[in-house]
Design a protein around this ligand. Structure first.
Ligand SMILES: [Zn+2]
Length: 183
């Protein structure tokens, strides 16, 4: 019975996921249906999730389109498409977002950058994963994000590491993220 229930839930989730995909492509005007699957965001406030897994560390940014390009409609005009392309270029290089101290000896494993459009909102998502030889040496991480994206006012940071958890909101005046004792 338990198995059946799980199976049912999984099937349902798959159907939901497919529905969302469908909405995304074909029902841009039905705001009520489409906005629910994109995480609620506040313009000016981006999210940074930092997760440690042994020697690996990942940085995921979730940014309202407004923060990145200044608008959230789907880019159709040439100049808007150019802005989105430029933004994705900036996002695809982690050094425009964060700087990890060299003594941590981190090597990038993967990186990704994409834009999601839903209804009247959009979000840019980028992720960088590193493998580090000396993760425990990291005392601070420099945040370059605010320099790269002028519309952004705040960054809501969450760190989940082997040792600790942290949630805090930083702004342009906090360019160094103190992470001493976390990794
Ligand atoms: Zn929005």
């Amino acid at each position: 019975m338990k198995f059946l229930l799980c199976f049912f839930l999984l099937t349902n989730l798959t159907v939901l996921a497919e529905d969302d995909h469908h909405d995304h492509n074909h029902h841009h005007n039905e705001e009520k249906e489409t906005t629910k699957s994109l995480s609620a965001h506040e313009h000016g406030v981006s999210v940074l999730n930092i997760v440690q897994d042994l020697n690996s560390i990942s940085f995921e940014f979730e940014m309202p389109g407004f923060d990145v390009v200044g608008f959230e409609y789907k880019a159709k005009k040439k100049e808007d498409i150019k802005k989105v392309r430029n933004a994705l270029n900036i996002l695809s290089d982690y050094q425009n977002m964060i700087i990890i101290p060299a003594e941590a000896k981190c090597e990038q494993e993967t990186n990704s950058a994409k834009v999601l459009n839903e209804g009247s909102h959009s979000e840019f998502i980028s992720e960088y994963i590193f493998n580090c030889k000396n993760l425990s040496s990291i005392k601070s991480i420099k945040v370059k994000f605010f320099d790269s994206f002028k519309f952004s006012k705040k960054l809501s940071v969450t760190i989940v590491s082997t040792n600790k958890k942290l949630s805090k909101i930083i702004d342009k005046t906090n360019k160094m993220l103190n992470v001493e004792g976390y990794f």
